[in-house]
Design a binder for this molecule. Structure first.
Ligand code: HSE
Length: 305
């Protein structure tokens, strides 16, 4: 029986929580993985986002992640047939790599009758991805705070207050790609103590405000001095897009992960916020697509269809 699953896009950092905070978004990649009894060792069929640009061989991240599960359990990697339909834009700061890794790990674990827990899969994913802010919400859904330790990833789920139930995620996705390694290359080796305090206080405020329902704090709580200022040259118009979102009524706005997507939190003005963000990007010569999504509460999951 093939394993069919969906895995959500994710936004990392949420402003100040660099490499720590993340949330799952209701935009999904769909995977169907099977172990045919005969035929070639690996077949990969892809449609949707990035289908023409991703390698359809052993370098494919879904295959590599699936293989990791078999190796971890000291089992031979069987023949695999992978069918994938992507709706998560590639290299856009929406966790497309994390989705592939989590999808591959989860599918292999299902094919083996679930010998590993989700937390064990998280630690295997961390070995592939090396920062836990996308992989944790991709596996568990919701908003997560994760911390890599020598013993494995520790994380907690942040449960937003009832007033955030209608929270909309307005995503402005520029039509160019920005690989994460390029976006990390511009980061400094050291930061000032004042900037560390700036980010630590905002990260703490963000977690507290989300759980307490203090919507009025989100604007301050999503400010950042650790990565966004250094990434401005890689995302033309970023500063004006953030300002346009806030001026249009967004509760908070920030770069999604390593960018170039910008995410704004909105409770009532999502259409206006999206239009203003699109205009601001256009004025900087960048065309973008606006997606209005919700927080996905489930993470990767089996689908029956
Ligand atoms: N936190 C990462 C970054 C994103 O901003 O580079 C992906 O984990």
């Amino acid at each position: 029986m093939p394993v069919k699953l969906q895995v959500p896009a994710t936004c990392a950092n949420l402003g100040p929580g660099f490499d720590a905070l993340g949330l799952a978004v209701s935009i999904y990649n769909y995977l169907e993985v099977d172990t045919p009894v005969e035929g070639p060792g690996l077949t990969i069929h892809m449609t949707g986002e990035g289908a023409k640009n991703l390698p359809a061989d052993e370098r494919h991240l879904v295959y590599q992640a699936a293989s990791r599960v078999f190796h971890h359990l000291h089992k031979p990697v069987p023949r695999l047939s992978i069918r994938q339909h992507n709706t998560i834009p590639l290299c856009s700061g929406l966790g497309s790599s994390a989705a592939a890794i989590v999808g591959g790990l989860f599918a292999a674990n299902e094919l083996l009758q679930r010998p590993l827990s989700r937390h064990e899969l998280l630690n295997l994913a961390q070995a592939e991805e090396n920062h836990p802010d996308n992989i944790t919400p991709a596996l568990f859904g919701g908003i997560t705070a994760a911390c890599a330790t020598p013993e494995g990833v520790r994380f907690s789920t942040i449960r937003p207050a009832a007033c955030f139930e209608a929270l909309e995620l307005v995503l402005a996705v520029p039509d160019y790609v920005l690989p994460t390694h390029e976006s990390r290359r511009v980061l400094p080796n050291q930061i000032s103590f004042a900037d560390a305090v700036f980010n630590a206080s905002r990260t703490a405020l963000l977690v507290a405000a989300l759980t307490a329902g203090d919507a009025q704090h989100l604007r301050t709580a999503t400010e950042d001095r650790l990565h966004q200022p250094y990434r401005l040259p890689l995302v033309p118009g970023l500063q004006s897009v953030l300002e346009a979102a806030l001026a249009a009524g967004a509760l908070g706005a920030f770069l999604s992960g390593a960018g170039p997507t910008v995410l704004a939190f909105s409770l009532s003005d999502a259409q206006v916020v999206g239009r203003q963000m699109q205009d601001a990007f256009a004025q900087a010569g960048v065309s973008c697509t606006i997606h209005t999504s919700r927080i996905s509460t489930t993470g990767v999951e089996i689908i029956r269809s």
